[in-house]
Design a binder for this molecule. Structure first.
Ligand code: NCD
Length: 291
């Protein structure tokens, strides 16, 4: 594997290798270190979980992290992403993790640099390492994906998490359903996952995956005052879930908007497990690229 830009081009065999490798990291807390490699994390959009868990994953693998902050870099002087990556390549950085608001920011870079590139989220495009950590979490819970009922709900249109997960879960044999406000429907994704009434989907689901309302990607749209009751996972709605079903959310959670406050840390929530798994999924990706 040279880069990790989207899971779409990753074959099933490789996808399983990544999930199982991440699971091994989850079981064995002290992995062997790799020979010295330099890595830079370039985040041009806000991040807590993804950025910090990439850093933990990199440190656990013994990589040397070159600090980079967009706001104090030459990006402030107008330097392009291309020239930033070429600079890092010239000074010996082996791997560059990038989050950027532009969809497919990596397209002009991937053939032009010897640095390995890892996509940490491209606009409304993809979020492959989030998808891997979600797959790992579901795998740990249910031991597989075949015939699981999974509903992904909320701001589908603007969610790179939904985009990556619908494709992968569908490919692995899960029955994926989508739900959420009409204005955020995505017809492309509906080819692999039917659109359903949320109340009905919640009752059938093994996994209820909620999405954050992506306010930063809307043009001043007003949110319904009763969004939680209409489209979110309220406590009343959660009470209709199967006893074995779990709640997931990539976080940050808008508590009380897409998800009731009390459900974030409820016994059937896997939100913090997802965060923990983020480290292992990212370790698996980095190890697969650098070995
Ligand atoms: C997600 C993202 O940035 O796409 N967050 C994350 O990486 N855990 C989801 C979100 O911000 O809504």
């Amino acid at each position: 594997m040279k880069h990790m830009l989207t899971l779409q081009h990753v074959r099933n065999e490789e996808l399983w290798e990544l999930i199982l490798r991440a699971d091994e990291f989850a079981k064995n807390k002290h992995p062997l270190q790799t020979p010295q490699h330099f890595v830079a994390n370039l985040f041009f959009e806000a991040s807590t979980r993804t950025k910090c868990s990439f850093e933990v994953a990199e440190r656990k693998l013994g990589l040397s992290i070159i600090p980079f902050e967009a706001s104090t870099s030459s990006v402030e002087k107008g330097e392009s992403l291309y020239d930033t990556v070429k600079t890092l390549e010239a000074i010996g950085v082996d791997l560059v993790v990038i989050r950027h608001p532009r969809e497919q920011f990596y397209a002009p870079l991937m053939e032009q640099t010897s640095c390995a590139l890892v996509n940490a989220g491209d606009g409304c495009g993809d979020h492959p390492t989030q998808s891997l950590l979600d797959l790992l979490t579901i795998y740990q819970e249910f031991g597989g994906f075949k015939d699981l009922n999974i509903v992904i709900a909320g701001d589908i249109r603007h969610s790179r998490v939904a985009r990556s997960n619908v494709q992968m879960l569908h490919r692995l044999g899960a029955k994926v359903m989508l739900s959420g406000p009409e204005r955020w429907r995505d017809t492309m994704l509906e080819q692999s996952a039917p659109y359903r009434s949320f109340s009905q989907a919640v009752r059938e689901a093994d996994v209820v995956m909620m999405l954050r309302v992506q306010k930063e990607r809307h043009d001043n749209q007003l949110l319904e005052t009763n969004y939680l009751e209409q489209h979110g996972l309220s406590e009343e709605r959660a009470a209709t879930m199967k006893p074995t079903a779990i709640v997931m959310h990539p976080a940050p959670v808008n508590r009380g908007i897409e998800l009731a406050d009390a459900l974030v840390e409820a016994p059937n929530s896997r939100i913090f497990k997802q965060m923990e798994n983020g480290v292992y999924a990212r370790m698996a990706v980095i190890r697969s690229i650098l070995e």
